[in-house]
Write a new protein. Sequence first.
Lengths: 329, 327
Amino acid sequence: MGETGNLLLKIRNLHTYFYTDDGVAKAVDGVDLELVEGGTLGVVGESGCGKSVTALSVMRLIPDPPGKIIQGKIVFGGKDLLTLSEAEMRKIRGRSISMIFQEPMTSLNPVFQIGDQISEVLTLHEGLSKKEAWNRSIEMLKMVGISAAERRIMEYPHQLSGGMRQRVMIAMALACSPKLMIADEPTTALDVTIQAQILELINRLQREKGMSVILITHNLGVIAETAQMVAVMYAGRVVEYTDVRTLFATPQHPYTQGLLKSIPRLDEDHAKKAKLEAIPGLVPSLLDLPPGCKFSNRCKYVFEKCGQEPPLEEVSTGHFGRCWLHIHQ
Amino acid sequence: MNANGNLVQVKKLKKFFPLRGHFFSRSKSFVQAVVGVNLEIRRGETLGLVGESGCGKSTLGRLILRLEEPTEGQIFFEGEDILQYKAERLRQLRREMQIIFQDPYSSLNPRKTIGSIIGEPLIIHNIGTKKERSERVLRLMEVVGLRPEHINRYPHEFSGGQRQRIGIARALALNPKLIIADEPVSALDVSIQAQVLNLLEDLQDEFHLTYLFIAHDLSVVEHISDRVAVMHLGRIAELAPSDGLYSRPKHPYTHALLAANPIPDPSLARKRILLQGEVPSPINPPPGCNFHTRCLNRFDPCDKEVPVLREVEPSHWVACYLYGPNP
């Protein structure tokens, strides 16, 4: 898909379903994504669009039951992760691929010192002794910008602020120098000034370590400032995929256009306080999706062809869209 | 000072929450949530209140509603000191001001139908007959964009955006003059946020409402507000008309907030002002200007005395020594 460089991750035709009492929720329904070494892929979408489930599928952390990866391929460094055994997968998690979550308080263990929690990764994956791991943990904390790391390392998660906890999570995620870090809404729970610090930190560490990043967020501003490639997801599918400048300059899919128009922007003229152009209707429930194009019931350009599901096609060089308006046949 | 244009006027308002100390500790400590705030809300305007978590913006909103009792200070509503109000007067006052909460999931009773949630304020205040009340509920549902057949459904059957509409309908039920909207769109999806913001604007025109719009998202506040107050650790750092605040910010904290807010345009090369360090604790705020520990422009007087909010341009107020010493 339109990108050059060494591919680190290739997701093909991924389907992850959840079998609930109310029916089958097709959380991820045919997702294709790829990421080059050292690149940043932004995945943007609203709640229930499947962005987090895609990430959890890569980590093979889908709770089963009710969830199941039905089909597809997740090729990471030449290996299909979906064919690995649980033991093999455990060696990859935290070492080659690590993940940070939205709410750092619930992802840290409240009864262990943060030093123990960072050290655990190092003793487990790198075979360091306890003492070595502890010293490396102090280095990691310094690297993520925590002052007085020697003292902080003995503290418990509740003693830290939200921004600090997220830094600890990042230190833990980076302890084994992973090739890929998946950040799932890493700054959503934080204040704007702290958010700017954390995004800057992720950018800096990525440059220094040559790591690849998947950044999952609903915030288009965060995407614009950090990602190189962007996938827009809607109802379990990628509806648009291209580089960040093209996406914001010439969005193709009506959903992407709608999203960009519906956010109030600080950089626009203050005098004209125009109405926001909202996307009508509701974010659809995964149990009750419209037939054909999943956005058709909210789309202002809907026409008869939308009764069939459009494929994701290259509409111009390196720009992929899933909309009949742009597919030339 | 009590001009006719002011619906609400807040004078030297303070709210300290006591912290339970250790059993043997003598000195009692306080969370200084709101520290001497002076503020006016003009009739018919939308006053935005922004700041980071813990800056006291929600507490200020709750104080105005008298959901919290202030430690010190005065609150005037239509020229009357509402802190003197007791029982019945207070209940009357509640008809005039309503609140919309952030989390539409926890602010609606899950065991009640939409109809009874929206109609409850009418029952409490003994308004109309049963038939009139149900007509009013249906009218309110129509106004906020809910379908009449939803009246007997329960909150769990609705999405976040629809629940927020239910909360708005409930707030409108008594025809209030003032609505305090505490982060009304921050729990909603991006495409739904715009719907709710547009709805709030339409309702303001239709019912001549005055809003105190509390939020942490600067772009949302800029969009909806006529004037904006920036709060930092319980104090107002800057207060100005929306366009003036965003095009000519004065306070270094406002500068930093604006610079930290990511803008959805990758072609824009921007200079980030990265604040160092954390938000100071409101239990033990720094002396002098409480922003000086993170401020890039701090100089001599900043850690000594609290800067006073002063008017540096017509209706543009700022509390910062960069604009001269305290008057």
